[in-house]
Design a protein around this ligand. Sequence first.
Ligand code: 13P
Ligand code: SF4
Length: 346
Amino acid sequence: MNSAAQALYEEMQVSLGKLVPDFELYYKAEIAIEINRLKKERNAVVLGHNYMEPVLFHTIPDFRGDSLDLSRKAATTDKDIIIFCGVKFMAETAKILSPHKTVLMPAERAGCSLAESITAADVRALKRKYPGVPVVTYVNTYADVKAESDICCTSGNAVAVVESLNCDTVIFLPDQYLAANVAQQTGKHIIFPSIGGATPDNTLLDVQMIGWHGRCEVHDKFTVEDIRSIRAQFPDVVVVTHPECSPEVVAASDYSGSTNAMIKFVQESKAPHYLVLTECSMGDNIAAANPSKDLLRLCMVHCPHMNMITMENVRDSLLYTKTVIDVPEEIRVRAFSAVDRMIKIG
Ligand code: 13P
Ligand code: SF4
């Protein structure tokens, strides 16, 4: 091992030694040094979502954060190449915002159950059914769906985006739980129409949010029963959830917010025990940053897509310029206005 890798390994022993076995730190230190060298050579920037595994998360991204944060970074970088350590809809958003950069995704098949739940044709059908009603689309969608939308949102700004529209009715796609959580916070009602079927009885007069039956396959698995049984075992536990969880799970928790907001909440709270209901690796990353706090995690639930990103495939994406993410220009310009409107909301 060269001296740079040795120094990184020793640094990681301090920050991650209680979470990651020593031989893994040793093995990954060399890969991290190689990636950081390739980044300089290729004038690349690495963006890493909060769900990345702890060693990758702590050693190679130039910027870490939630979807909103990373899309802002993607819009302003001056590097030639953006490597997105996240899933396909995130890399596509980077390409929408930075069309002249090369955007690379280390694991080409890293998708998302929410993004898969809706197509551009579905959105067009909803627009025909509810003409003139603005379409708010969660960023966890592919570019062609964004292109059919008026404005995007993330979990970090969904309430602000819906409120910014200042109108009685919005179409909110595709996460049924996020829609329900936003409806609760904004005091709106919500319906889920069946495309091609009969229009529900409670028509536009009564309806303020029109949703879609998409779910995150990870957050869908957490239940109120999980929270009850953990509270029974650890009575002083503070439960933190992502708004992609069901409204019942959110209501049973002490705090709900985007991945950045969850991290900040734990950092700023004084309680000794936390249960973080989201992708398990983020619990590791919070634990590493807060060594005096106990982090309980339900690690039987992992995001299979986020978990496809590894140190090895990040290195290979830099070495072999793969996998290049492209968005057809006609779709990109329309998707850009929806994403840009969201970013401007702040
Ligand atoms: P954030 O925008 O909160 O980081 O969420 C992204 C995501 O995919 C959550 O499952
Ligand atoms: Fe999609 Fe859920 Fe995975 Fe996030 S955690 S990428 S919403 S499947």
